[in-house]
Design a protein around this ligand. Structure first.
Ligand SMILES: C[C@@](CO)(OP(=O)(O)O)[C@H](O)COP(=O)(O)OP(=O)(O)OC[C@H]1O[C@@H](n2ccc(N)nc2=O)[C@H](O)[C@@H]1O
Ligand SMILES: Nc1ncnc2c1ncn2[C@@H]1O[C@H](COP(=O)(O)OP(=O)(O)O)[C@@H](O)[C@H]1O
Length: 311
């Protein structure tokens, strides 16, 4: 069969993909390949991007919504890279229009680009009727970025390696979060670099990357009051060093009634764990009034990873 005669199985597909927060982020020393070994606990949140893929004459991408102007519209867009990867594997032309409806803050430490990549992998496979098994999809995801496998996986999971090796974690119940989105983003490599710099200046500081057993046990209890004091992020001092104003944001969320606040991944989004949904709505309202963030959102977790939406 020639490439041109391959039939398109569907007119268009839409995939919904979640943001993540790291409930625990332990960062090991810098590896020779430029990455750091991690021990992290991811949770997928109800703040999602929607990725629509439709047949087109050429590969193109448009983004609307949250931070759209900061999302590349060329071959460096992670969704474009994902579609190119599926096309290469299927040996077919990547003639697809990708439309991203963004809600996940760009360069916000919530893995928005990774989510779009995961959505585009699932979307391209569905659009072209390809049968790619879960392990192969996960391998393709890991090649696109350390956080991409988790965006496929969703739920609550332990991440090791550079974050791409996943093991599901049992988390009971629903956790309610408030997200304070900062006025400008932070570059992930810059934040890891700042952590290395801070560690070099304090050579006696311990680097501990053991499994966070206490947090994992707390998650099975489903009680946010037990989980809240166990939130931990090794990248937080580095993010605070690059954006000192985040200290005020973290304080404001706790003052507004959150159980605890943490910088999400490499930041600068701050995530606040609340006792319940009502408390989250109240904390969000109060935090909006203080003016420490560009936008404030509520979200719950865990939610599933990349999933096809059916009209
Ligand atoms: C920090 C975390 C925490 O979940 O997420 P974000 O806060 O950015 O969303 C991740 O480790 C980000 O993962 P991701 O954004 O996929 O990173 P990649 O594209 O794989 O790598 C970008 C760069 O980040 C640094 N990096 C990333 C992962 C890792 N384990 N060690 C690193 O040092 C490296 O400098 C690398 O070149
Ligand atoms: N589809 C995409 N959405 C967002 N950012 C993207 C995308 N594709 C590439 N990028 C690039 O990736 C960088 C990191 O974006 P993002 O994944 O949103 O943040 P973070 O790594 O902090 O979670 C952005 O600054 C942008 O240049």
């Amino acid at each position: 069969m020639s490439r041109a005669s391959l039939s398109v199985v569907s007119d268009s597909v839409t995939v919904r993909v979640p943001a993540k927060v790291n409930l625990h982020l332990g960062v090991g020393p810098l590896r020779d390949d430029g990455f750091h070994d991690l021990v992290t606990v991811f949770q997928a949140l109800s703040l999602c991007d929607d990725i629509r893929l439709s047949p087109a004459n050429e590969l193109r991408v448009t983004t609307r919504g949250e931070g759209a102007a900061d999302v590349p519209a060329d071959a460096t867009n992670l969704a474009v890279r994902a579609v190119n990867e599926v096309a290469r594997r299927a040996d077919r032309p990547a003639r697809v229009a990708i439309d991203i409806d963004k809600r996940i803050p760009v360069a916000g430490g919530m893995a928005g680009g990774s989510a779009d990549a995961a959505g585009a992998l699932v979307g391209a496979a569905a659009l072209w009727g390809l049968d790619i098994d879960r392990d192969d999809l996960t391998e393709m995801a890991a090649a696109l970025g350390s956080d991409v496998p988790f965006a496929l996986h969703g739920g609550t999971a332990l991440g090791t390696g550079r974050g791409e090796r996943l093991m599901p974690i049992l988390a009971r119940g629903e956790f309610h979060w408030v997200l304070a989105i900062a006025r400008s983003g932070l570059s992930t490599p810059a934040v890891y670099g700042e952590l290395d710099r801070l560690r070099e200046s304090r050579p006696d500081s311990d680097i501990i990357t053991t499994r966070p057993d206490e947090l994992m046990a707390a998650l099975t209890s489903g009680d946010p009051r037990v989980v809240a004091p166990l939130l931990h992020n090794d990248l937080q001092p580095a993010a605070l060093s690059l954006q000192p104003a985040l200290r005020r944001t973290l304080r404001a969320g706790v003052d507004a009634g959150a159980l605890n606040g943490i910088v999400s991944g490499s930041g600068p989004t701050c995530a606040f764990l609340c006792a319940d949904e009502t408390s989250a709505v109240n904390v969000a309202a109060e935090l909006s009034g203080v003016g420490v963030a560009r936008a404030v959102r509520t979200a719950s977790g865990p939610v599933p990873g990349a999933r096809l939406l059916h009209d």
